[in-house]
Design a protein around this ligand. Structure first.
Ligand code: DC
Length: 221
């Protein structure tokens, strides 16, 4: 089985790029952020104070998270119901960021993530895939773009959906999230020593996808 790890900060375009590359290569695509979001949603549902790590940990034994694929598309099930849309809210996103710094949450999700690489060729995206989840991946890519480029893309995306968006607020949120993700003690966001850096600041989506596919092909031969 071939596994490709794609890590990088929020908003670098990882999911769109990884998903399209996986479909072109016939690999499955696993978005691991969705799992942290599902734990976040569970905490919201149970009214957990996310400043309280012990409270977060207490929901884990009664939480069942699964990933299934429908028409090649990843769906996330929380206690048996499909929450793939519900985990995309801003509130779930902020809560996911909080719960992801708890070591017990990371341990809780580890085997589930690893299981996909045992049975399928996989492109997996997240923050610690090349460093922790799949350290033996054949190809590790660290995908990044300047905070300004990421904020510009996010603003455009929201405006396209008809949602009002303020560039400066989005930029400061991105900088805040980067800081959280890179400074936490457990599995901080950092490039694996053997990863290939791909900076998409100056690339459009199509160029980024083509470049990733090239990198994968060059490295799996
Ligand atoms: O990629 P995303 O925005 O859906 O991720 C949601 C949160 O989960 C984000 O704050 C970072 C965290 N995360 C993580 O810590 N490790 C991963 N492998 C994936 C996501």
């Amino acid at each position: 089985m071939i596994s490709v790890a794609i890590d990088g900060p929020a908003g670098a375009g990882k999911s769109t790029i990884a998903k399209t590359a996986a479909s072109k290569l016939g690999f499955i695509y696993v978005d691991t952020g969705a799992l942290y979001r599902a734990v976040g949603l569970q905490c919201i549902r149970k009214g957990i104070n996310t400043e309280d790590n012990a409270a977060i940990i207490s929901v884990l034994p009664e939480t069942e998270i699964k990933i299934v694929f429908r028409d090649g598309e990843q769906r996330v099930l929380l206690d048996g119901s499909d929450v793939s849309e519900e985990i995309r809210t801003e509130q779930a996103s902020m809560t996911a960021s909080k719960v992801s710094s708890v070591p017990e949450v990371r341990a809780f999700l580890l085997e589930l993530q690893r299981s996909f690489a045992k049975t399928d060729n996989v492109i997996m995206d997240g923050r610690d895939i090349g460093t922790v989840v799949l350290p033996d991946s054949k190809v590790k890519i660290f995908l990044t773009a300047s905070p300004e480029a990421r904020a510009r893309r996010r603003t455009a995306q929201l405006e396209e959906k008809g949602v009002s968006a303020d560039y400066e607020t989005i930029l400061s949120d991105i900088i805040k999230r980067d800081h959280n993700d890179t400074h936490r003690e457990t599995a901080p966001l950092k490039p694996a020593a053997d990863s290939i850096l791909l900076d998409t600041t100056e690339l459009d989506l199509e160029q980024s996808i083509n470049r990733i596919i090239e990198i994968i092909k060059e490295n799996v031969q």
